[in-house]
Design a protein around this ligand. Structure first.
Ligand code: C2O
Ligand code: CU
Length: 488
C-alpha cells in the first residue's frame, strides 16, 4: 500500500498528497482483527471498581520488517477497553511510565472537571494519577486519550487511546448484539504513515501543518488489513474515528444498507438505515450490519462530498479499504433490531438561559487562541444553553465539548439529519454551516477548574483552537486556574 501514496516534498518536512489515494484491491486482509482486551478491575472496600492503567512506550510489529516504536496503555499500542455500568463508582490508577508528561481524558464522560484528564490534569513522568467518579449517563461507546496542551496530536499518534464502554441496566438496553469481540465488535479506526524503517512518519500536509497528519494506511485496533470472522446474522460494530485528522465516509463494498443504532452519547431513539456515514475524528457510531452465510464484504471509506483541491490535501477524495467481513457458511440467528432504542434528546423545548456563538477559524475560536490560564466563560448549573457553532474557513473542523452530551437543534435552520438526532459530543463542521446545539449543564464544578471545548482535529487543538468554561452556581464568578495543576 505504501507505494501507492504519491507524495511530493515541499521542503523542510512539508509534504502533501499530489494524487488521491485508492487502496481498494491493494489491502490483503490477511490478519484477524485484533480485539482490545477488556480492562481488568478489582472492587475495593467501598465497593468502587478499581482499574490500573499503565502508560508505557514499546515496540509494535504492524507489518513485516522492523517493529514500530509506539506508546500504549497496559501494552505497546492502544489500550484495553474499559467497561463499567451506569451508577457504578470507578477509580483509576493512571501511571505514567513515559519519560514525559501526559494525561488521560475520558472523552464523552460527564464527570467533575478535576477528574476529566484534560490539560490541567497532567500526569508527570513516573507519577500516578487517581481520578474517581460515579458513572451517571446512559449506555454509550466513549473513549480515553491524552490531552496535554500542545502534545495531544503527538501522544495520540504514537498510540495512546482506548475505548470506554458504559453499560446501563439490562432493562434499559434493547436486545442488540452484545457479545464483545464476537457479534459486538470494537473498531478503533486510525490512519498512519510509515517511513522506510516502519516508523510512524509525521507527514504534514500543505500550509505549515494546517491539518495535521494524514496517513496512507488504515489500522483498525492496530491491525493493518484486518478481517473479521462473522458467525451471527447480525453484528454490531462500535466504530471510533481515532485518527488525528482524517475524515471517513464509511460504507460497504456492495453498498449495502446498514443500521445506525447509536451515536457519541448512546442509543438513538430509533434505528436509521443508511449506506454511508461520515465519521470525523473523535466521533463514535454503533452500527448493526446483517450478513448472509458465506459472503465476504469490505468496510471502506469513500470519497466525500468535500472533494476538490482542498479534498486532496485533506484526503477527502481517497478511497480506502478498512476491514473485510467473512461470514461463516452457517450463521446463528440474531434477534431483529428493536424498532425503539434509547431515550430521544429532550432539550429542544427548553428555554435557553444563554445563547453563545462560536466561530472556528485559523486555529482560533472567536478570534482567540487557547490560553491555559484564561477561562473563557462560565455557564450556570442546571440551565440549558444554545450554542451556535460555525466553521468560518475553508478547512475541515469539528467541534467537541467536554462534560456534556448535547442535542443538535438545527443545521442551517433545518432539521438535522437522523445521524445528528441522538446525543452527541463531537460534530463535523462542514464550512459555512451553522449548527445550533442545546446543552444542559447538570452539575456544578470548581470555578477554578475548567472543561474544554475544541476542534478535534488534533493539530488544530494543539495549535490553539480550544477554549475553557466552568459550570457555576447562581451568583458565583469565573475563577482563576491554579498555576500548578500537575500530578506528581
Ligand atoms: Cu477527545 Cu477534548 O477530547
Ligand atoms: Cu479544526
Amino acid at each position: 500500500v505504501g507505494g501507492s501514496a504519491v507524495l511530493a516534498g515541499g521542503g523542510l518536512g512539508v509534504y502533501y498528497y499530489t494524487a488521491k489515494l485508492d487502496t481498494v484491491g491493494k489491502v490483503s486482509f490477511d490478519k484477524a482483527l485484533s480485539i482490545p482486551p477488556l480492562a481488568e478491575s478489582t472492587t475495593n472496600a467501598s465497593g468502587a471498581r478499581v482499574f490500573t492503567l499503565g502508560i508505557q512506550s514499546g515496540e509494535t510489529r504492524f507489518k513485516a520488517g522492523s517493529a514500530t516504536r509506539t506508546w500504549g496503555v497496559n501494552g505497546t499500542y492502544l489500550g484495553p477497553t474499559i467497561r463499567a455500568r451506569r451508577g457504578e463508582r470507578v477509580e483509576f490508577a493512571v501511571r505514567n511510565g513515559l519519560d514525559q508528561d501526559t494525561s488521560l481524558h475520558w472523552h464523552g464522560m460527564h464527570l467533575p472537571a478535576a477528574m476529566d484528564g484534560g490539560p490541567h490534569q497532567v500526569v508527570t513522568a513516573g507519577a500516578t494519577w487517581r481520578p474517581r467518579w460515579t458513572i451517571d449517563q446512559p449506555a454509550a461507546t466513549l473513549w480515553y486519550h491524552p490531552h496535554v496542551h500542545g502534545s495531544t496530536a503527538d501522544h495520540m499518534y504514537r498510540g495512546l487511546s482506548g475505548l470506554f464502554i458504559v453499560d446501563a441496566e439490562d432493562t434499559e438496553e434493547p436486545r442488540l448484539p452484545s457479545q464483545y469481540g464476537v457479534d459486538d465488535i470494537p473498531m478503533i479506526v486510525q490512519d498512519r504513515a510509515f517511513d522506510g524503517d516502519n516508523q510512524f512518519e509525521k507527514r504534514v500536509p500543505l500550509l505549515g501543518g494546517a491539518l495535521g497528519v494524514i496517513g496512507d494506511e488504515v489500522l483498525v485496533n492496530g491491525t493493518i488489513g484486518p478481517y473479521v470472522d462473522v458467525t451471527t446474522r447480525l453484528v454490531r460494530l462500535r466504530l471510533l474515528n481515532g485518527s488525528n485528522a482524517r475524515l471517513y465516509n464509511l460504507g460497504f463494498s456492495d453498498d449495502r444498507t446498514f443500521t445506525l443504532v447509536a451515536t457519541d452519547g448512546g442509543l438513538l431513539a430509533r434505528p436509521w438505515n443508511t449506506e454511508r456515514l461520515y465519521l470525523s475524528p473523535g466521533e463514535r457510531v454503533e452500527i448493526v450490519v446483517a450478513f448472509k452465510p458465506g459472503e465476504r464484504v469490505e468496510l471502506r471509506s469513500y470519497p466525500s462530498e468535500y472533494g476538490g483541491t482542498l479534498g486532496r490535501i485533506n484526503g477527502f477524495d481517497d478511497r480506502l479499504d478498512i476491514c473485510q467481513f467473512r461470514a461463516a457458511t452457517t450463521l446463528s440467528d440474531s434477534p431483529d433490531i428493536p424498532s425503539t432504542l434509547g431515550a430521544a434528546p429532550d432539550l429542544a423545548g427548553e428555554k435557553a438561559a444563554q445563547e453563545r456563538s462560536f466561530a472556528l477559524e485559523s486555529d482560533k475560536i472567536n478570534g482567540r487562541s487557547m490560553a491555559m490560564d484564561r477561562i473563557d466563560f462560565g455557564v450556570r448549573v442546571d440551565t440549558v444553553e444554545v450554542w451556535d457553532v460555525v466553521n468560518d474557513n475553508g478547512f475541515m473542523h469539528n467541534f467537541h465539548v467536554h462534560d456534556v452530551q448535547f442535542q443538535v437543534l438545527t443545521v442551517d435552520g433545518g432539521k438535522p439529519e437522523p445521524h445528528l438526532q441522538g446525543w452527541k459530543d463531537t460534530i463535523l463542521l462542514p464550512p459555512g454551516k451553522h449548527f445550533r446545539l442545546a446543552l444542559r449543564f447538570r452539575d456544578h464544578t470548581d470555578p477554578n477548574m475548567p472543561y474544554m471545548y475544541h476542534c478535534h482535529l488534533l493539530q488544530h487543538e494543539d495549535n490553539g483552537m480550544m477554549g475553557q468554561f466552568v459550570v457555576l452556581d447562581d451568583g458565583e464568578k469565573v475563577g482563576v486556574v491554579p498555576q500548578q495543576s500537575h500530578h506528581h
